[in-house]
Design a protein around this ligand. Structure first.
Ligand code: HEC
Ligand code: HEC
Length: 283
């Protein structure tokens, strides 16, 4: 290149880079309202509460922060509002230092600030983060939506496991198999709170022996709901979690179950039928 060509090259490459920069900046601003929800005053307040209390010293959002405690980017998709309220009010009711080794200190927040925090976390959860971070530290039992992998499976995935993001394949038309699939893939995933191993209570009670337990319960005086048999009991538990409460301070407060009451809307009637078929097999 001679001197003139060099100058031309410098000028045109600068122009091209500037145009690309402006177009991308413009596009970013155009995408923000598409990829994120509305920022209400409550969401803004929640963000301030988040900062004032240094939640980021232990937690991450979008993978940014400290790695002591779980990533909370999608927490409102793993736990319902009732549970989160009760948890943030007093985390020590849910975990014990002996068994879980680490604890979250109580934050002494007003109910109003807790509501704002949850609104903020829900706004975060609905940002289209395009799968980032790819391997967050999840709360106990949670799965990355769209995969069937739980926390335990992820840490053992190694080279033989399916990569995060791989869709599990449900086999055939067997309602029990399909129900087991719904159990893992509903939003929030049932496995985020329920184990089917005996005695393993997570955010929700273990569902091992569910049918046998329901049979006994239905005949007795302690039952508060309106189900008449095991299948209708399971259906009621999913559609109206507060109709009958499993005893235990970790599971409900003031007559309201910590299980989300949104499945009646989230799931199709067939999916509910499949769940009932699957859970009825847990004797
Ligand atoms: C000193 C560290 C620390 C701070 C500060 C902290 N947390 Fe936590 N948090 C934890 C730990 C540890 C856990 C997980 C307990 C476990 O699963 O072992 C947790 C769990 C949670 C969970 C999930 C509970 C569940 O079971 O699903 C939420 C929600 C949460 N924290 C919100 C917050 C918010 C909001 C703040 C700020 C107001 C905050 N945390 C500040 C340590 C902390
Ligand atoms: C955020 C945690 C959470 C999620 C997610 C969740 N549950 Fe629950 N579940 C609970 C809690 C807490 C209870 C106990 C309180 C009550 O009786 O509602 C419960 C109770 C139940 C019971 C009654 C158990 C018994 O022994 O009587 C069934 C059945 C059940 N859940 C099924 C499901 C299914 C199916 C899903 C997914 C579609 C699901 N749960 C998702 C927390 C959760």
């Amino acid at each position: 290149m001679n001197k003139r060509q060099t100058r031309q090259f410098a000028i045109w490459s600068t122009v091209a880079a500037t145009v690309a920069f402006l177009v991308l900046t413009f596009d970013t601003h155009r995408q923000v309202p598409v990829l994120t929800g509305e920022i209400t005053p409550q969401v803004t307040r929640g963000k301030d509460v988040w900062h004032e209390n240094n939640c980021i010293n232990c937690h991450t959002l979008f993978g940014e922060g400290a790695y002591y405690a779980p990533d909370l980017t999608k927490i409102t998709q793993h736990r319902g509002e009732a549970y989160l309220k009760a948890f943030i009010r007093d985390p020590s009711n849910f975990y014990d230092e002996q068994r879980h080794r680490r604890l979250m200190p109580a934050q002494d927040l007003s109910d109003e600030d807790i509501d704002a925090l949850i609104a903020f976390l829900d706004w975060v959860a609905n940002v289209d983060n395009q799968g980032w971070p790819p391997r967050p530290i999840l709360v106990t039992g949670a799965t990355i939506p769209g995969t069937a992998m739980s926390t335990d499976q992820l840490s053992h995935a190694g080279d033989h496991g399916a990569p995060p993001g791989a869709r599990p394949v449900a086999e055939g038309n067997d309602p029990i198999a399909l129900g087991e699939h719904v159990f893992r893939t509903a939003t929030p995933s049932c496995t985020a709170c329920h184990s089917i191993a005996p005695g393993v209570d997570m955010a929700g009670p273990s569902l091992a022996g569910l049918s046998a337990r329901a049979e006994k319960l239905l005949g007795g005086p302690d039952y508060k709901g309106s189900a008449t048999d095991v299948a209708s009991f399971i259906r009621e538990s999913i559609m109206e979690p507060s109709a009958h409460l499993t005893p235990g301070p970790m599971f409900s407060a003031n007559g309201v179950s910590f299980m989300p009451d949104t499945y009646g809307k989230e799931l199709t009637p067939e999916q509910i039928d499949q769940l009932v078929a699957y859970l009825s097999t847990l004797r």
